[in-house]
Design a binder for this molecule. Structure first.
Ligand code: DAH
Length: 367
């Protein structure tokens, strides 16, 4: 027969020993007092009051005591845990109050502070370039003409010898407006201002028409549904292609420097005959070997496509009531956005449309 195990005194289960419980409690209270932030206190709560804290583990041991020892051990551990809990709560309240006070200091708003001078506004570089081009032509005795952005289909196309079957009239390029029977559209180029000028002004006519134009292009680095053109029209007695060339060379020089001129390549526009594409001599390499070969601006071409031009087609003059036997003229159309891009090495047309002041600021304050 086996007797009782006299070596084992269940009241002496170590974690429940009075000294041990006190030690754990004091450890917890010291850690709580030492916590100086809410985060630190969270860690202390976990270590000293969490499910796996020494006092919680001790609490679990109570069940293994003989019934007569449980009450006292339970009270001892319970008392220690509740001291720890209330110390935690007190410290939490203190730290929260301190954090709130600090927040009030950190986030203080000085309602008397001044903002300093507001940055001066400036016009968009496209606007200033447009006006610079205008000034240059005005200095030669030309006039500035404007036309509406919502234009009559007849002026945008028919008057310019763009017959009803011309591809540019298809829905692909043009924003037509409702109702269709109104025959209105967003002008696809500034050329209708040519027709408007001839229909309304006395001859001779020397007009420059800068403005916004619209095409149904998906925006990407080189396309935008809204862009800017400058249209030129000179109708007088004895106007020839030579006048056109001289005018465009002057225009090119005033934009890109004294060494720059233009070159014509044969092309077709219904409103001019003959017609040409205008290339600009690359203002970086001047199309001279060997610099041209490694030129990044013209990509080794020496020339940069700039716009279209030609001698005004007599059919346009007739449509606008001008006698082509007496008067001749030249016309040209350039992209202003392209011109700005060449001048300033802008690589993405979207930069000009997004309205980010960091872009415009680089052009200086031009009011
Ligand atoms: N309107 C043409 C376009 O948007 C550009 C153009 C070409 C205008 C020749 C002209 C011209 O006045 O003569 O592509």
């Amino acid at each position: 027969m086996s007797g009782p195990n006299t070596d084992y005194d269940p009241v002496e289960v170590t974690p429940l020993h009075a000294d041990e419980v006190d030690r754990r409690r004091d450890e917890a209270l010291a850690a709580i007092a030492a916590a100086t932030s809410l985060d630190a206190l969270k860690q202390v709560r976990l270590a000293h009051a969490g499910d796996r804290s020494p006092l919680a583990l001790a609490n679990r041991e109570i069940g293994s005591l003989p019934p007569q020892a449980r009450k006292q051990a339970g009270m001892r551990v319970g008392q220690a845990r509740s001291e720890v809990r209330s110390a935690l709560d007190r410290r939490l309240a203190e730290l929260e109050a301190a954090a709130e006070e600090q927040m009030l200091v950190d986030e203080v708003v000085d309602v008397t502070a001044t903002l300093g001078d507001p940055p001066p506004g400036s016009r968009h570089p496209l606007t200033t370039l447009q006006e610079r081009i205008g000034d240059m032509f005005v200095a030669m005795g030309w006039e500035i003409a404007e036309g509406p952005e919502v234009e009559a289909e007849w002026l945008n196309f028919d008057a310019l010898n763009l017959g009803p079957d011309h591809p540019a009239r298809s829905m692909q390029d043009t924003f037509f407006l409702d109702p269709p029977e109104a025959h209105l559209l967003l002008r696809t180029h500034t050329s209708p201002v040519q027709a408007r000028a001839l229909l309304t002004r006395p001859l001779p006519v020397y007009v420059l028409a800068p403005g916004r134009v619209f095409r149904t292009d998906e925006p990407d680095a080189t396309h935008s549904p809204v862009f800017h053109q400058v249209e030129g029209l000179a109708v007088d007695r004895g106007i020839t292609m030579a006048h056109l060339k001289g005018t465009l060379d002057h225009f090119a020089r005033s934009m890109f420097g004294a060494d720059v001129d233009t070159r014509f390549r044969p092309s077709y526009f219904p409103f001019t005959e003959p017609s040409a594409e205008v290339d600009l001599r690359c203002f970086v390499c001047l199309a001279r070997p060997p610099a041209v070969d490694s030129c990044r601006t013209c990509k080794g071409e020496g020339w940069i496509e700039w716009g279209g031009c030609g001698v005004v087609n007599p059919r346009v003059l007739i449509a606008c009531g001008v006698d082509p036997e007496e008067f001749t003229g030249f016309a040209f159309g350039m992209g202003i956005d392209r011109t700005l891009m060449f001048r300033h090495g802008i690589e993405d047309v979207r930069d000009m449309a997004e309205g980010d002041v960091r872009f415009t600021r680089a052009f200086g304050v031009d009011v």
